[in-house]
Design a protein around this ligand. Sequence first.
Ligand SMILES: Nc1ncnc2c1ncn2[C@@H]1O[C@H](COP(=O)(O)OP(=O)(O)OP(=O)(O)O)[C@@H](O)[C@H]1O
Length: 674
Amino acid sequence: MDDVVSHSRKPVVCRYFAASGTCFYGNDCQFLHNSIPRSSISPTFPIHLFSSPSRSANSTTASISTELSLSIIESNGLDQSFEKNVNKSTFSNYAFSVKDECMHKAQELSISPDIQTAGESNSSLFEENVGGTTYYYTPEDDIKPNHEDLTIQNHGGQATDKIAHTAVLSRRIQSPNQLVSTSQQPNHLFSVYSGPSSFLLSCTGQQRSSFFMNEDIRADLIQRNSVALLTSDPALFPDLPSDVDHYHELVPLETHTLNQAVKSNTYGLITSTYKASNSKTGMRYCLKRIHGYRVTSAKCMSMVELWRKVQQCHLVTLREAFTTKAFGDHSIVFAYDYYPGAETLLTKYLASTAPHLDPFSSDPSAPRPYTMQKNRMLQQQAGKGVLPESLLWSYIIELCSALRSVHSAGLAVRALDPSKVLVTSRGRLRLCGGGIFDVLTYDSSSSNVSALIPHYQQEDLLALGKLILALACNSLLALQRDNVPTSMDIISKNYSSDLRNLVMYLLSTPQGSRAKNIQEVMPMIGARFFSQLEAATLHADYLEDQLARELDNGRLFRLLGKLGTVVDRPELNLDSTWSETGDRYLLKLFRDYMLHPCTDDGRPWVDLAHIVACLNRLDTASQDKICLTSRDQQNVLVVSYAELHQCLETSFNELQQAALAPSHVLGASSSNEQ
Ligand SMILES: Nc1ncnc2c1ncn2[C@@H]1O[C@H](COP(=O)(O)OP(=O)(O)OP(=O)(O)O)[C@@H](O)[C@H]1O
C-alpha cells in the first residue's frame, strides 16, 4: 500500500486499515494508511506544564525475556500480535557481534607496543609509601612526557590512535540496539521494568517483581520529604524573624530549647540551630546562629572561604557565614548543607547513657559519683549490648575519610564530638560544625593564624579515639578518667585486638616530636576498607534497580492525567456532548477497556500489568489493535493504539487551545451557537 502518495488524503490515520494491509474503502479511502512515525510522538504532557523531558523517540531498550514482560504479554488476550514481531535471532546475532568485537579488541591490545614497553621497564621500579598509598615509579617517570596526553592531542585522523579507537569500539559495544532492527521490536515494551537482576538477589531477597520501589526506601524518602517541608508555628516561636539575610521560613531544629537561650556544650556560647530556605534558590540549609557575637575583624571570614572549599561526602559543607541583626542582637550565622531528618551520634546512641551524677542528691537511691559506682554503671550499660564490630569499623572509615580531607586541606575539625556527627539515612555519618571555632577564635593580630593547626589536628585524633571508645562501650561514661581501664577491658572482651590497638593509638600521647597522623590510621583499617567499598557499591546497584522500577511511573501518571482531563469532561466550549462524541468516545471506551475490564462471569478483573501495558502502548502509538465495546454492548470497534494515541493528542490539543484562549473568544463562540 502506498502510504506516501495520498495527494488528496487527509492527514489523519485511517481507522479501517487492517493489519493485513487492506482497507475497507480500498483506494478511494481519504485517510492515511501509514503507521505513525515514532518521532511524531509528542511528550505525554506539554513541555511547559511539566519540565521533565519526554521519552526519546528512538528509545530502544529491549527487555523481552523476563517473567514480568511475559506476564504482561499473557495478561492481554487480544494483544498477541507483537509477540510475533520479536525476532529472537537478532539478539543472538548481537551476541556474536559483541564477541567478535571483544576478541578483536583483545588481539589489538595484546600487540600494543605501549604495554610491552611498560612491562620491560618494570625491572627498575622504585616503591614509596606516601600517606598510606604505595606508589611504584621509575626514575624516568618524572621526565617522561605523558604518553596518553600526547595520544589524545594527536588523534586527528591517525589509525594508530589506540585510545580514540577503543572509545569508538566501546561505544559500539555499548549500543546493542543499534545492531537490532528497531522495526522488529514492540516499542511499548521498551519502558517496562525488566525485573530484578540475579546479581542483586542478596539485597532484593524475596522482593517480588514490582513496578514500585521497596517500601522501606519509600517510607524513608517520604519521611525525609515531610521533615524538609515542615514549617514552624508562629504562635510557638513569636520571636522568630520571617527573614534573616536571604533566608526565610526558619524552623528551629532544637525544639527542646523553645525560645530559651541555651549555652552550647561545644562552643560555650548561646547558640541556636534552624532549618531555613534560601530566598534566591529555594534550597534548604541548616543555619547555626551564635547569639550576641560581634565580629571584630572581617579577616576571620577568610577561614569560611577555606572551609567552603572542603567538600566531602562525610562532611557537612559550610556554605557561608554572615552577621545579622535580624534576631534583635548581633549574631553570626553559619549556613551548612541541610540533611532532613538527620540525628546525631549523641541522640542515636549515647544520649541516655550519660546520667548526671549529682554528689549532693537527696535521693538515697540516686547513683553517687565514686569510681566503683561509675565503673559498675559503665559495665551495666555495655552489658545491654554493644554495636557490631563491622558497624563500628564502617563508622571509623567514614570519620577517618572526613578527617583526612579536612587535615589535607590544612584545617582541623576542632569539634569532633558525638553531638557534631550527623547520622543520616542508612547510617551515613557526616561531620558538622566545621569552621565555627576557627571564626570564633580567630586572632587577627597573629602573623600566622595557621600555626596552631597541627596542634588542633592532634586534638582531632584524640577526639576520634574518645568517640570510638564511647561508641564501643555504648556510654559516655567510658570517657571518664576513672573509667578508662574498664572501658579498655570492655573493648578487649567484645572486639578484636585491631580495634583495641586503633583506640590505643588514637588516645596515646605522641612521643617526642613524632606527631600522630590520620594517614597512619589507614593501614590499621586495612582490607576492611574494601568491605566498605563493596557494601557501598552493592547499595548503589540496589538503588539503581529501585530507580528502574519507578522509571516510567511519572510518564504513565502524566498520560493518565491527560486521559482523565479529556474523558467524561462535562463540557468544552459550552458543548456538553463534546466528551461523548468523535475521538473522545473512543477514548472513553478505551478507558473502560483499560480500567474496568471484567471476567466472563462478570467479576472485576484487576491487573496492574494490564493497565501498564495499555498505557505503554498508547504512549508509544503501537500498531496493536484492540476491540472496544460500549457498555450497552451495542457498539464494537476495532482500533489500534496508534489511532487512540492520535485521538488523545487531538482532543488534548483542543482542550489546551480552549484553556489558553482569551475569555472573549469563548463568550463569542457561545453567543454564536445560541
Ligand atoms: N546540617 C544539618 N542538617 C540537618 N539537621 C541538622 C544539621 N545540623 C544539626 N542538625 C540537627 O539539629 C540538631 C541540633 O544541632 P546542634 O549542632 O545545635 O546540636 P546541639 O546538641 O544543640 O549542639 P551544641 O550544644 O553544640 O550547640 C541536631 O540534633 C541535629 O538533629
